[in-house]
Write a protein that binds this ligand. Structure first.
Ligand code: PLP
Length: 473
């Protein structure tokens, strides 16, 4: 019994977090810190419900949630005990290396964009799937796949993109990669030579620019208007363009159908290629998913890139490329030449995770939670920050953009926010030229409402301080 172990749960009714969620948080924390050890019996649901003055169903729901997450085992009626949580436990280590500490802190800081909440990861189901593969098909984790990856996963991806992205393709056209970044690397190495031009969106995903420059390629910047990225001017002729049509990074808009067709025709006329970076399209919170551009490109100029980093895990490093038939041989050549290959170990397990429906259950769950967090952040910004700027609300993805009034400068605020423990990504830094964008890209997926609320309180102080200094000057 929990009382025997001297543990006390305290519900804070002034918090916005539901009681059910607070209970889950407390138990997770106690399990992580080792206070609740493997095998410890939790209080009976009726006892805990009475003690906390909450309904019994709230306690049952919290326990069942933690069973699903792999923290607890047992059933209503026969009691719940704590599991070994090796898979989710942070390593106990004596290492006091400052850099490793700094990395951990930096990656957890709110409101860093693009971070899924790994606390929501379905550890237990994933561990079960991995264990089953180890038992029944261990060879699949080590051997038996060509350079394009595990065949079952390629089939699962073909089914996934048909269902979710309206994209018909055969598994032969699919290459499993180490994330979207690796997929871009493979495309660049296959399709362009040093000195050739590559069209990239501006503002856009900064690592792509760095990548283009480091490969000795010439960037051609594509402005963004209400229809999405504008076509390159006639006098410059990129060999490839990298686009985010379903969810422009970072501004968040969707490329119009007309603009998509213009690009496909442009690519066909100029013998150019379109790389469709579809990095987070499963995370759309209203309406139906927008079909991928590659799904209606009957001229076969579009190469599709998908990633499991956002919807599943950014540390598994798995993504995929889907290429027109004519590019299969050249891509294979590049991969063989450079020894590029995604890690095989998790691929069979991921294919079974997708086929069993566990992947979609996880996706539905995180989408719901992320959408609540997104709405919360939009509401808070609209309520409390409207005198500093305005929020651009696109119901998709993992981040939203807050545009600052011109009296404030994003980089200055970001610097001060950093000192207060908040990671703000200045919008001005995601433009490759000086386009006058001034604001922040704010991630909402990786942080609970309480964590965001706390960060926003601190941020408000920072904003007010900078504004005051500005007006006093
Ligand atoms: C627009 C865009 N493309 C590509 C990536 C890289 O994805 P991955 O982690 O799969 O390499 C990101 C990651 O944030 C992104 O925002």
């Amino acid at each position: 019994m929990i009382q025997d172990s001297g543990l006390h749960f305290a519900i804070d009714r002034s918090r916005k977090t539901p009681i059910f969620e607070q209970l889950c948080e407390m138990i997770r924390k106690l399990a992580h810190t080792g206070v609740l050890k493997k095998g410890t019996a939790l209080p009976a649901t009726r006892v805990l419900a009475e003690e906390l003055d909450v309904s019994r169903s709230t306690v049952v729901s919290a326990y069942e949630q933690l069973v699903a997450e792999g923290y607890l085992q047992g059933r209503r009626g026969s009691g719940y005990t704590v599991c070994a949580i090796g898979a989710v436990e942070l390593p106990h280590t004596n290492i006091t290396d400052d850099t490793s500490k700094a990395e951990k802190v930096a990656s957890l800081r709110p409101l860093t964009p693009g971070q899924p909440d790994m606390r929501l990861f379905p550890y237990r189901h994933w561990a079960k799937t991995v264990a089953r593969v180890c038992r029944t098909n261990p060879e699949a984790m080590m051997t038996g796949a060509g350079s394009f990856g595990n065949d079952s996963l390629r089939q699962a991806i073909a089914n996934h993109v048909r269902e979710w992205r309206g994209l018909e393709c055969s598994p032969q056209q699919i290459i499993v990669t180490a994330g979207a970044t690796d997929a871009l690397n493979i495309c660049f190495r296959t399709l362009v030579n040093t000195g050739q031009a590559v069209g990239i969106e501006d503002p856009g995903y900064k690592p792509i620019l760095r990548f283009v420059s480091s490969q000795g390629l010439t960037p051609v910047f594509l402005d963004i208007d209400q229809d999405g990225a504008k076509l390159p001017e006639k006098k410059v002729s990129p060999h490839i363009v990298v686009l985010t049509p379903s969810h422009q990074y970072p501004l968040g808009g969707v490329m119009s159908l007309q603009r998509r067709w213009e690009y496909i025709r442009w690519a066909n006329t100029n013998h150019a290629w379109i790389i469709e970076d579809d990095y987070d399209s499963e995370l759309r919170y209203s309406g139906r998913p927008i079909p991928a551009m590659a799904s209606f490109d009957n001229l076969n100029r579009t190469i599709y890139i998908g990633s499991f980093s956002k919807v599943f895990s950014n540390t598994l490093r798995l993504g995929y490329l889907i290429v027109p038939h004519c590019l299969i041989a050249p891509i294979r050549q590049t991969m063989d030449n450079y020894g590029l290959k995604a890690g095989l170990m998790p691929q069979q397990a991921l294919s079974e995770f997708i086929d069993s429906g566990d992947f979609y259950r996880h996706l539905r769950r995180v989408r719901k939670i992320y959408n609540e967090r997104r709405k919360f952040l939009v509401d808070e910004l609209s309520k409390n920050f409207s005198h500093f700027g305005s929020v651009q609300n696109h119901p998709a993805g993992m981040q939203l953009v807050f545009h600052l009034n011109n009296t404030l400068q994003d980089s200055e605020i970001a610097q001060r926010a950093k000192e207060a423990g908040i990671a703000l990504e200045p919008l001005s830094e995601s433009t490759m030229r000086n386009l006058g964008y001034n604001g922040f890209i704010l991630g909402f997926c990786g942080y609970s409402q309480d964590e965001m609320s706390d960060a926003l309180d601190k941020l408000h102080t920072v904003f007010s301080m900078v504004k005051k200094v500005r007006s006093d000057a």
